[in-house]
Write a new protein. Structure first.
Length: 122
C-alpha cells in the first residue's frame, strides 16, 4: 500500500472533494487538522495548516498546497470522466493529452494540488 501526504487548506473539504469526484473513502479524521482517506491501495493523508507537516522549515520556508508532484490515478474512459467533472466545475490545468502509454490530464483538488488521471493505452 502507498501512503501520500498532501497539504490542504481544509481537510474536510478536501476529503469531500476526493470522495465525490474520485471514489475515495474516509478512514479516519484527526480533528479539523487531518483527514485520512483511501482508494484501493492508496492511502492519502490530507494535512491542514494546523498539522505538524505544515510547520515552517528551519530555513523559514513554509510547506503549502500546490506544486507539480502528484498522485496518478488510473481510470477507464477518461473523456467521459473529465466531461462529468467539468460539468461539476472541477478545475483542470490542461486538456487531455495522448502519448504512447495512454491519455492523461491534470486536475486540481480543492486546495490546488495536482492529480493526474491516466487511462492506459490499449
Amino acid at each position: 500500500m502507498a501512503v501520500v501526504r498532501y497539504l490542504v487548506n481544509d481537510p474536510d473539504a478536501a476529503a469531500t472533494f476526493y470522495a465525490k469526484h474520485l471514489g475515495f473513502a474516509l478512514m479516519r479524521r484527526w480533528g479539523p487538522a487531518l483527514s485520512m482517506i483511501k482508494r484501493d491501495d492508496l492511502e492519502l493523508w490530507l494535512s491542514g495548516p494546523d498539522t505538524s507537516a505544515a510547520r515552517p522549515m528551519p530555513d523559514g520556508r513554509k510547506p503549502e498546497p500546490g506544486g507539480w508532484n502528484r498522485i496518478v490515478l488510473q481510470v477507464k474512459d477518461l473523456p467521459s470522466l473529465v466531461a462529468g467533472m467539468k460539468e461539476a466545475d472541477v478545475h483542470f490545468r490542461n486538456e487531455i493529452v495522448t502519448g504512447p502509454g495512454g491519455k492523461q490530464i491534470l486536475m486540481e483538488d480543492s486546495a490546488g494540488n495536482p492529480i493526474e488521471l491516466f487511462e492506459p493505452a490499449g
